[in-house]
Design a binder for this molecule. Sequence first.
Ligand code: PRP
Length: 224
Amino acid sequence: MNRDRSDDVVLAVPRGRIAREVIPLLAGIGIEPEPAFRDPDSRRLAFRTSVDGLSLIRVRSFDAATFVAFGGADLGVVGYDVLLEFDYDDLYLPLDLGIGRCRLAVAEPAEVASSDDPRRWSHVRIATKYPATTRRHFAARGVQAECVKLNGALELAPQLGLCRRIVDLVDTGSTLRANGLVEVEKIADISSRLVVNRTAMKLRPRLLNALVDRFRKAIDGAPD
Ligand code: PRP
């Protein structure tokens, strides 16, 4: 870790749908980000909070784990999907925050699914942001998964002939429906986790344990 350790404690928060759920969680434990954090037009990436010595950074969901793993942030809110895919050793995973709930699932066009049985697959070609998790999931039952890595708009891949199937996060299912796809197999239930950099935890145990405890009490519904 190269940061000056006299710096603020830095919490990495993913942008997008998880950020919307993180704001009330933070408010519940007395952490109010400065107003620019809620401003969708703000181009700022780092924000002060109402807690002295604690700042936030807003990053892409895949990058929240990377910032914490490399010590750029001390702790972060990270989707379990990202943890499954990258398997970082340097992260201590103290809490399931119970937000960002969805599932990682296999989907295919409705017309294919009507006569398809996933138990008979021996080789599949799949578009996904999660090639390692996908390959591991299928390898466990002897199916070879050839993955086409995309970073978004996966739902287009079947209609444009890249592959017949995708592995992606599914929440309400409306993105799949809007693109003529149906879910055929769940890989994992997903929620967001609080992760802490292991070295930071050794260097600043009192401060970081106190923060982790505040999150723990909030999700247990106990008084602070
Ligand atoms: C995720 C995911 C799907 C969509 C599923 O994308 O990749 O596209 O949400 O949600 P639904 O089942 O409620 O329709 P997200 O909106 O997080 O954006 P991303 O593509 O940038 O990851």
